[in-house]
Design a binder for this molecule. Structure first.
Ligand SMILES: Nc1ncnc2c1ncn2[C@@H]1O[C@H](COP(=O)(O)OP(=O)(O)OP(=O)(O)O)[C@@H](O)[C@H]1O
Ligand SMILES: [Mg+2]
Length: 169
C-alpha cells in the first residue's frame, strides 16, 4: 500500500542544509498499523508530512497503492489526499463556526459530492432513523466550538472518512 524507497528530504535555510530524511525505506501493507517513534529531530514529522503529501520529497521513490507520488502537482496531491489520506490532529482542527456534521462533511465537499450525497454519507439520515430525530439532530447541529472535548476528538477522528454517525455526539 505505502512503499517508500530511499527517500530523501532536505530542508534548506540560507546556507544551512538539514537532511531530515536520508535513505529512508519503509513498506507498509494494507491493514498494517504502526507507530513512529524516535528522538526529537529524528524526522518523524518530516516523514508524516511527506507521506501525507503535505511536503514534497527531494529524492527516492514513494508509491501509494502502486502509484508514484513524486512530482505531483498541488491539485493532484490534494485529490489523492482527499481520497486516500486521513489526518487526526491532536488539537482536532475542527472549524469552530461550522456545526458538527458540516465539519465531518468538509472532505466530501472538497471531493465535490452534492449536498444530499454528503449528508447520506456523513450518516445524518441513518442516525435519525436509528435513534430518533430530536436529540440526535440537535447534537449534530451544535457548533463545533460548543461541543465537549471527547466529542470533538471523535468528530476529528471521523472526519477523514467523512462519517459522523458512529459513536455518540
Ligand atoms: N521547515 C523546516 N525547515 C528547516 N528545518 C526543518 C524544518 N522542519 C524540520 N526541520 C529539521 O529537520 C529535522 C527533522 O525534524 P522533524 O520535525 O521531522 O523531527 P521530529 O522527529 O518530528 O522531532 P520532534 O519529536 O521534536 O517533533 C530536524 O533537524 C529539524 O530541525
Ligand atoms: Mg515532530
Amino acid at each position: 500500500m505505502l512503499r517508500m524507497t530511499n527517500v530523501t528530504k532536505v530542508y534548506r535555510r540560507g546556507l544551512v542544509e538539514t537532511h531530515a530524511l536520508s535513505g529512508f525505506t519503509l513498506h507498509v501493507a494494507r491493514g498494517e498499523l504502526l507507530s513512529v517513534m524516535g528522538p526529537s529531530g529524528s524526522g518523524k514529522t518530516t516523514f508524516l508530512n511527506v507521506a501525507g503529501l503535505l511536503d514534497p520529497l527531494d529524492g527516492g521513490e514513494y508509491l501509494l497503492d502502486g502509484e508514484p507520488m513524486q512530482g505531483l502537482s498541488d491539485a493532484r496531491a490534494s485529490a489523492v489526499r482527499n481520497r486516500k489520506i486521513g489526518f487526526v490532529f491532536q488539537s482536532f482542527q475542527l472549524i469552530a463556526d461550522l456545526d458538527v456534521l458540516d465539519n465531518v462533511e468538509v472532505p466530501l465537499r472538497v471531493r465535490g459530492l452534492p449536498a444530499r450525497a454528503r449528508r447520506e454519507r456523513a450518516g445524518a439520515r441513518r442516525a435519525r432513523e436509528r435513534r430518533g430525530a430530536r436529540s440526535r439532530r440537535g447534537a449534530l447541529k451544535g457548533k463545533a466550538a460548543m461541543i465537549s472535548n471527547g466529542c470533538a476528538r471523535r468528530r476529528g477522528a471521523l472526519r477523514p472518512a467523512g462519517r459522523a454517525a458512529r459513536g455518540r455526539a
